[in-house]
Design a protein around this ligand. Sequence first.
Ligand code: SF4
Length: 537
Amino acid sequence: MKQILSLTEAQYPIDSYAELHPIMNAAAAHYKEKAKVFETGLQRLDEFGIRRTFHGFYYISHYYPLRAMSEISGQRAKEILSEMAGSTFEVYLHYPFCEQLCSFCHFHKKITSLDNVERRETEVIDTLIAELQLNTQIMGQRIKARSLQLGGGTPSLMTNQGLVRLLKACEKYLDIQSDAEIKTEIYPKHYDENYLREKLRILKSFGFTDLVIDLESGNQKTLDFIQRKNSSLDDYLRLVEICIEEGFTSFITALMAGLPYETYDSMYSTVETLSEIKELSVINVFPTIMRESDPISKKLELNPEAFNDSSTRANMWLMARMALHDKGFIDGPISYLHRPAIRPEQQADKFECVNLIGFGPSSFGYLNGPHNDWAGQYFNFCSTEEHRKRINEGYPAIWRIGQYDNEERARRKIIFGLANVKTENLLAIEKNYNVSIDKIMGKTLNALHSLDLIELDKSIHGIRFTDQGLARLEEITYYFYSKFAKDKCDEIPDTRDENYKWLINQHYAVTVRREDRLRFEKYEVSMSNNFMEKLRY
Ligand code: SF4
């Protein structure tokens, strides 16, 4: 595999597919022009090291990233979890099977056919149930759940018997709040209708409130190319219809902007079609992620003519956001565009640094120490075998954790609060975590402010991203990381490391090239430390 950090744009001279195709739709042309003007304005940031690259973008999901976390023993995992007794969590369960290998996907999954699901899932569901039981025992009581998400993988691939078994265990080991958001993912394909309706009734009677149906693209050529041939916009629309008939009224759908063969017309037309479904509460749009380790990069070598370059992908993301804003959708968190009356609770709360507990291989979580003196982002063992082994030995499946002090907690609060498209009150953060913002990141904030990427709200001693800042949020986030976390991200794992595969595949962080980091740090170092005074006076 090529080393990510050594890549240059010049190695991928893409004639963007969408740029080669004239736009027919007037509204798409309007938004494309608007997006292009905006995106062109962002190029001034390149010289400061805030640059969108072909392979670098990754949607922000946790801090620390995996490579900055350390491995812990089963005994230590047990001690950490027992400290959390009595806490309330967002709960996530991971079902690691899919029928197809979508080429952009980096989540942990095993590919299996429909015929083999029952045989293969039994052990995995047994382990999930054992994990629920074990963690409940360690914490001494049923786990209080503010929300529940059954994700994957493809949870809708689970047999209905397996689903019933798992949900019974959830009832037994989780104490789910009466107003909890309970959601799962249904893959948009053609189903045996009776079996699907039975599944939906099982979900409904358990209390599932939201269904995630990720379409990714409404362009069939795109879906075929990214190995989602078994999916289509028509299948998606029919599935939504059936779910509505079975009583579901709230849906969440993801689109990846700028996938291969996507054009401005097809992107716009999909956004328009989706926005007309009134039960669709959230449309999650983010630019295509192109990681070296995912199958999509192999496809790039074979079919470069199908691809869109990084600025076209960013343009399509901007275009979709602008169109959705005009249709009344609002941000929060970034890229989760929702209807004003409906807040995507579980996603938004994740950005508020609340406790998150993950069950199943490769699940991750976030824990706030009960005495407000530590917090930690953790990752479970990634392989199903290692995950099962740890549970069978009687220990929680936590593999690595980044357990940190108040300084890192303050960083995380700022990183995620700003990504939640909020104004973060920095004085309150100083007080809550007993830290000096000037000392931690005064220079960084002054640099970002001087580049018009953050703006001040003195009335609440706060900062928030400007529109330009939001459009480069992921790259800027890297510069909010501590030196330790940045250095760890920049270390390329040793290919001889037995965990090499996971340290590459599950390292969910934006990749910033060395030269860009040096550019930004050179600019940053010329700044003053004093930022907080700007908010005080
Ligand atoms: S995108 Fe979803 S359905 Fe596709 S391979 Fe990844 S987890 Fe499976």
